[in-house]
Design a protein around this ligand. Structure first.
Ligand code: ZN
Length: 361
């Protein structure tokens, strides 16, 4: 088993902030150490946080492996990370186990650290190191267990809603909203902490960065959940546009005139035997000045047809999204067996997925 481990770019910035905050704190508590040693201890705390987050992510990754889900990579952030899985968990129970494995590792390591803190002489270097280790792991555990996406607690909450409603996307949507609530509470907490002088300016900047990451992740989850909930109702047959075929080398103006006459909203390029070989791209047509259209061949604004751009008309739900993601394009040929049905535009699919559903009373 092997997978790469990355450090995110924001990690360096946050590491600097934490070194300054924690180093300043040590300098205040131990004026005898001098600023260099104090900030070195501050940096030691950052290293501890990094190791804690790595062990936390390994908790997720190894649980994935245990359930037969491959791991692509681990990316470390300061207070958490990402374990990129090869596929999604198949059941709510597996999702919850993978989500909680990380915080469980952090909690166990934190508890071990606390045991050492209690055992060694107060204020010694060993005590300081054990304290850092215990503190980082407990911070990582508590932060990640907050019940909102993109945090582990949010994934566990998603699994619970998924198990109750039998709808993974409803779970993502609900846990995304919970994540927004967590972000707002964290923001209020940072403001109260600053007013009460518990947090200094660096602390507030750090908190605001964390709140920003939380809010962005939560919003993405809400949108993805909303999109996914609409997926089952998506059918290619409802979205297909009427298309006409024109022979290769037909002038674009003539092709558009024929389409207009036939009340078709999509154009195919065909070969001598009438077989479709290209799909006219709407944006390319729009970008072509009207006065040039009689002089350019329709082929100039068409994408040649490849097997991935052909979809069966009876495709529905997640299969539509999977087919489109496998071969990203702006137009697809829709067929029923050997018969051409029409054209699916990716833009039509996107608006069907993102428009608000009609409200039911
Ligand atoms: Zn985690």
């Amino acid at each position: 088993m092997s997978f790469p481990v990355y450090l995110s770019g924001s990690w360096v910035l946050l590491a600097l902030l934490v070194t300054i905050i924690y180093g300043g704190n040590v300098a205040q508590r131990h004026p005898d150490l001098g600023p260099t040693v104090a900030y070195l201890i501050g940096f030691g705390f950052v290293v501890c946080l990094g190791v804690s987050v790595l062990l936390h992510e390994l908790g997720h990754a190894l649980t994935c492996r245990y359930h037969g889900i491959g791991v692509r990579a681990i990316t470390l952030e300061l207070l958490g990370g990402y374990t990129v899985m090869e596929r999604e968990a198949p059941r709510p129970g597996v999702e919850a186990t993978i989500a909680l494995a990380g915080p469980a590792v952090s909690l166990l390591l934190g508890a071990a650290g606390v045991a050492v803190v209690v055992a060694v002489p107060d204020g010694s270097i060993a005590w300081e190191l054990a304290f850092q280790f215990a503190f980082s792991n407990l911070v990582v555990a508590v932060f990640n267990i907050l019940p909102g996406l993109p945090l582990d607690g949010g994934r566990a909450l998603r699994a619970v809603v998924w198990a109750i409603t039998h709808d993974r996307y409803r779970g993502t949507w609900a846990a995304g909203w919970a994540g927004r609530v967590v972000a707002v509470i964290a923001l209020l907490g940072a403001m109260v902490g600053y007013t009460a002088r518990v947090l200094n300016l660096f602390g507030v900047v750090f908190a605001l960065m964390v709140v920003g990451v939380l809010w962005a992740g939560a919003t993405q989850a809400v949108q993805f959940g909303r999109l996914g909930r609409r997926l089952p109702s998506i059918r290619v047959v409802d979205l297909v546009r009427t298309a006409i075929g024109v022979p290769s080398q037909t002038p674009l103006a003539e092709a558009l005139r024929r389409a207009d006459e036939a009340r078709a909203t999509a154009v195919l390029v065909t070969d001598a035997s009438g077989r479709p070989v290209g799909l006219v791209n709407d944006h390319a047509v729009a970008a072509m000045p009207t006065e040039r259209r009689p002089w350019v061949a329709v082929d100039a604004v068409a994408r040649s047809l490849s097997p991935g751009l052909v979809l069966p008309v009876d495709l529905t739900g997640e299969d539509v999204l999977r087919a489109v993601q496998a071969h990203p394009a702006s137009e697809y040929l829709v067929v029923s067996g050997d018969t051409v049905v029409g054209v699916l535009r990716a833009a039509d699919l996107a608006s069907a997925l993102t428009s608000r559903p009609p409200r039911s009373v």
